[in-house]
Design a protein around this ligand. Structure first.
Ligand code: HEM
Length: 144
C-alpha cells in the first residue's frame, strides 16, 4: 500500500511541475495573440492550471499519509521545510493565475502586461516546486 501511495505522490509531483514548462512559451503567444486565438490559448492555460491544482491536492494528501504512516518522522527537517514553504506560499499559489486570466476579458486589458504577469507567476511557481522537490529527493538533514 505504501508503494502505491509513494507512486501516486511522485506521479502527482510530475503533474504539478510538468505542465508549467509547456505554459511558459505559451505566455509569449498569449501576449501577441489576436482576439480569436487568445480565447483558445486562455482555455488551454486554464485547463492546465486546473490539472496542476488537482495534482497538487493529490500531492499533499499522499505526502501527509506517508509522513503519518511511513518510516520518516514528522519532524524530519526536509518534511518540515516542505510544509513551511507550502504554507508560506499557499496564498500566492492559490491566487496566482485565475484573477489574472479573468482580467484578459476586461475591455481595457493590457494583454502584454498580463502575459508578463503570468510568466512571472509561472517562474515563481516553478522555483517553489523545484525547491520542495530538492527537499524531498535529497532529504537534507538541515539541523539534525
Ligand atoms: C505536505 C507536503 C508533503 C509531504 C508531507 C511529503 C511527504 C513525503 C514523504 C514522507 C516522502 C518519503 C517517501 C519515501 O521515500 O518513503 C516523500 C517523497 C517524495 N516527495 Fe513528498 N511530501 C510533500 C510534498 C511534496 C512536494 C511539494 C513535492 C514536489 C515538488 C514532493 C515530491 C516528492 C518526491 C519526488 C518524493 C520521492 C523522493 C524519494 O523517494 O527519494 N513532495 N514525500
Amino acid at each position: 500500500m505504501y508503494t502505491i501511495i509513494l507512486y501516486a505522490h511522485i506521479m502527482s509531483a510530475a503533474l504539478s511541475i510538468g505542465p508549467f514548462f509547456v505554459l511558459l512559451p505559451m505566455t509569449k503567444r498569449i501576449g501577441a495573440a489576436d482576439a480569436g486565438s487568445l480565447q483558445a490559448l486562455l482555455i488551454t492555460f486554464k485547463s492546465a492550471v486546473r490539472l496542476v491544482m488537482h495534482a497538487g491536492h493529490v500531492l499533499v494528501v499522499s505526502g501527509v499519509l506517508m509522513a503519518w504512516k511511513g518510516p520518516w518522522p514528522w519532524n524530519s527537517p526536509w518534511i518540515l521545510m516542505t510544509v513551511a514553504v507550502m504554507f508560506s506560499s499557499v496564498f500566492f499559489l492559490a491566487r496566482a493565475f485565475s484573477p489574472v486570466l479573468k482580467k484578459f476579458t476586461e475591455p481595457e486589458a493590457d494583454q502584454l502586461a498580463l502575459a508578463d504577469k503570468l510568466r512571472r507567476s509561472l517562474w515563481i511557481y516553478i522555483g517553489l516546486l523545484l525547491l520542495m522537490l530538492w527537499f524531498m529527493v535529497d532529504k537534507p538533514a538541515l539541523w539534525q
